[in-house]
Design a binder for this molecule. Structure first.
Ligand SMILES: NC(=O)c1ccc[n+]([C@@H]2O[C@H](COP(=O)([O-])OP(=O)(O)OC[C@H]3O[C@@H](n4cnc5c(N)ncnc54)[C@H](OP(=O)(O)O)[C@@H]3O)[C@@H](O)[C@H]2O)c1
Length: 157
């Protein structure tokens, strides 16, 4: 099964120039706590934005090419989805925009850190999704660097 995890602005912005927009310590801590000891799967561009592998997690990267570094490179996303959609293992989809788009309709759970801010010149966005398809649970809310945020767990009904 797939769980999506992302940090989004008010207009669902998630990135600019290949990097994150918001850097909230509490969000990073939540990401680490939630994904540790689970596989994490990401697009090649998100992989390149990291400083190497995320520790204590199997690092899966989607790409049409082969290269060194990740634990596993997947060329065929559709086959990966059909082979893993109904398993008990929780695979975290950690971005970016292209990859969220591929998984938004098959993910059972979305963990969204919703930041109360906008970034008009963002170049990567989280996909639109129908909120009425999900129940919502507030996990955490707070303010950091003058930015209000809330972490919501969306469970598909
Ligand atoms: N706010 C957040 O929570 C968050 C999380 C993650 C990332 N981000 C941001 O999102 C941005 C990156 O997003 P992005 O959409 O540009 O890139 P991305 O989704 O990270 O990666 C795109 C790459 O994935 C591979 N790919 C995509 N579709 C594929 C398919 N059908 N089959 C095989 N491989 C496929 C391709 O790699 P190849 O070109 O190698 O074939 C493609 O170039 C960055 O700014 C990053 O910081 C934000």
């Amino acid at each position: 099964m797939f769980s999506i995890i992302a940090c989004v602005g008010k207009n669902r912005e998630i990135g600019k120039n290949g990097q994150l927009i918001y850097h909230l310590k509490n969000d990073m801590a939540f990401f680490k706590k939630t994904t540790s000891n689970h596989p994490v799967a990401m697009g090649r561009k998100t992989w390149e934005s990291l400083n190497g592998k995320l520790q204590n997690r199997q690092n899966i990267v989607f790409s049409r090419s082969d290269f060194e570094g990740p634990d596993l490179i997947i060329h065929n996303i559709d086959r990966f989805i059909s082979e893993n959609q109904n398993t008990n293992e929780e695979i975290f989809i950690i971005g970016g925009a292209k990859i969220y788009q591929k998984f938004i309709d098959v993910a059972k759970t979305l963990f969204l850190t919703e930041v109360d801010a906008t970034k008009p010149d963002a170049d990567a966005y989280f996909p639109n999704f129908n909120q009425s398809d999900f129940t919502q649970k507030l996990i955490e809310k707070g303010t950091e660097n003058n930015l209000k945020y809330q972490i919501i767990k969306y469970n598909r009904k």
